[in-house]
Design a protein around this ligand. Structure first.
Ligand SMILES: N[C@@H](CCC(=O)N[C@@H](CS)C(=O)NCC(=O)O)C(=O)O
Length: 209
């Protein structure tokens, strides 16, 4: 399998899951501005919308969109338990959560990555939307569960972790949501997360040791 990624982007979630599964894979760093893969191919032929993640399966199929890529990966090794079995209520809960992370939490960070400098009003508004989405994560963790669906780490946690971790990069404090802060720190400390973040150049190996 090959994962087309950008360092620190949402594709980091799939990178973490590939590590969690312990399967062999290749990485290709996309230059989305130039529309090129690391190997110099036309990236839009792989990902028509020009964004990551894009996963090329062992059968040469290309899968895009985080919820689809993440569930495909989890389904390659059902015994790893990174997604409940298809057709169960628990799987619908996973899809509910993945869709929330994708369309609500992830998209709430859009203004910070739009390339436009936000004035004070625009920044306040954008922070309020992020806050309302993070508040939902905090409510989901209110009963003391370790992960969004309960006591088991799933692909939804990898995706939520990556997006919540952007808060630090854009200067949005998570101090008002202590359970979410602890959740982010917990997932950041997983060996699969550390390995992916080191490989993407986001942290140094020495920072971890
Ligand atoms: N709907 C897509 C959104 C993917 C997306 O927003 N990717 C961003 C990175 S997080 C991207 O590649 N943007 C283009 C760019 O950075 O140039 C999905 O869920 O996979």
């Amino acid at each position: 399998m090959k994962l087309h990624y950008k360092p620190g982007a949402c594709s980091l979630a799939s990178h973490i899951i590939l590590n969690e599964l312990g399967i062999s894979f290749e990485l290709d760093k996309a230059d989305t501005d130039a529309g090129k893969t690391e190997a110099g191919e036309d990236f839009r032929k792989i990902s028509p919308n020009g964004y990551v993640p894009a996963l090329v399966t062992d059968h040469g199929e290309i899968i895009t969109e985080n919820p689809a890529v993440l569930q495909y990966l989890a389904d390659q090794s059902p015994d790893a338990g990174l997604a409940p079995p298809n057709g169960t209520l628990e799987r619908s809960r996973l899809q509910e959560t993945l869709n929330f992370v994708s369309s609500e939490l992830h998209n709430s960070f859009g203004p910070f990555f739009s390339g436009t400098v936000l004035d004070d009003d625009a920044r306040q508004q954008a922070e309020a939307v992020v806050g309302s989405r993070v508040a939902h994560i905090e409510r989901s963790l209110a009963d003391g569960r370790a992960f969004l669906l309960g006591d088991t780490f799933t692909v939804a946690d990898a995706y939520a972790f990556v997006v919540l971790n952007w808060a630090g990069f854009v200067g949005v404090s998570l101090d008002a949501w202590p359970k979410t802060q602890a959740y982010v720190a917990h997932i950041a400390a997983r060996p699969a997360s550390i390995k992916a973040m080191v490989a993407e150049g986001l942290i140094e190996q020495e920072q971890v040791a």
